[in-house]
Design a binder for this molecule. Structure first.
Ligand SMILES: [Zn+2]
Length: 347
């Protein structure tokens, strides 16, 4: 006989009882309780340390047993242990389900929460943080791939003045378009390109100026980069990247860094695609507000693709640069041309 406490499952009243397991029968006997149940109809909880084990009946009643030394041999004798394969399988399935749930949560966090958090944080980040990050990025680039611009000072001044004069488009959110400053550099290594830093600096390379057929095309690229600045894309990418890094390390540890890199690589595309379209739309609005056809940006994009193809793909895509971006350039060119056509067709 095993000492136990019986609850009828309806009231909180406890009954001191004695339990016996004989053959196929579980018998509970004590203070006002007498019941016999087939063993198969009684669910026995797993042992967790010294916590009491619970024998649950079909009608919601249950027994708590603290005397493990008495219960276990009785269960063994009744063949309870024969269930172990089933139990193992059950816990294996539970572990797999938990793993899948964790992965699903990670994907949800990555796809929706990290971008949302990054957007919120980027909005309220003190400008000094963006400035410091941009300063160090610029210093690193100046020491490696960037060289001083070879453009004449009056030419640079004229381009910067034309860009400064562009009325900045309102994106409908009422957010002021931050001041965008153009800096000129040269980089035979990167080739015709332009990129924006998180603090609003836009770096325009001589090679892109040389490739452009006219200044409207250059203004198109600068307006696109201003779009990245306006929506704080650079800072958001940085923040998202660091969240993912931190979260993946916390959840999976170091061994899974390869696994962790895979979703990052796959999903990174989504952000770029979204951000590039946003920056293109922003540029189209700025250009149109200034009487410049967005098709000029499409023209230059086409020439950039041709230049890259001619270079045999030796111009490796730079982070945040023009052609490393998604969607595929053909799709972006078509969108910009459609924006121009829609404008031209208006009465
Ligand atoms: Zn871009």
């Amino acid at each position: 006989m095993i000492p136990a406490i019986y609850f009828d499952g309806r009231s909180a009243r406890r009954h001191d009882v004695r339990l016996s397991i004989a053959g196929d029968e579980v018998r509970v006997e004590g203070e006002g309780v007498l019941r016999c149940e087939p063993r198969a109809a009684v669910k026995v909880s797993e042992r967790l340390g010294n916590a009491p084990r619970v024998l649950r009946f079909a009608d919601g009643a249950f027994c708590e047993v603290r005397d493990h030394a008495a219960l276990e041999p009785a269960l063994d004798a009744a063949g309870h242990r024969l269930d172990w394969v089933e139990r193992l399988e059950r816990s294996w399935r539970a572990a797999l389900a938990a793993l899948l749930a964790t992965l699903a949560a990670a994907v949800v966090a990555y796809v929706w929460l990290a971008p949302a958090a990054a957007e919120l944080i980027a909005r309220d980040l003190p400008p000094s943080v963006a400035r410091r990050i941009s300063d160090s990025a610029m210093a690193a680039l100046d020491q490696s791939v960037l060289k001083p611009s070879q453009l004449e000072a009056p030419r640079r001044a004229a381009l910067a003045a034309r860009f400064a004069a562009l009325r900045q488009a309102d994106d409908g959110s009422g957010a002021p378009a931050g001041a965008v400053l153009v800096e000129f550099r040269s980089s035979p290594k990167i080739g015709p390109n332009a990129f924006a830093l998180p603090d609003g600096r836009v770096i325009l390379l001589d090679q892109l100026v040389a490739l452009a057929a006219n200044d409207d095309e250059i203004l198109g690229v600068l307006a696109h980069e201003a779009g990245h600045v306006h929506y704080r894309h650079g800072m958001r990418m940085l923040l998202q990247g660091s969240f993912v890094g931190m979260a993946m390390t916390a959840w999976f540890g170091d061994i899974s860094s390869l696994l962790a890199a895979l979703p990052t690589a796959l999903l990174e595309t989504r952000y770029s695609r979204e951000f590039e379209s946003q920056a293109d739309d922003y540029a189209a609005r700025v250009l149109q507000a200034n009487g410049i056809a967005p098709a000029h940006l499409a023209d230059l994009l086409e020439r950039m693709v041709a230049a890259r193809d001619k270079a045999g793909g030796t111009h490796k895509s730079q982070p945040g640069s023009y052609l490393s971006s998604h969607p595929p350039t053909a799709e972006r060119i078509a969108r910009l041309r459609a924006a121009s056509a829609a404008r031209a067709g208006r009465p």
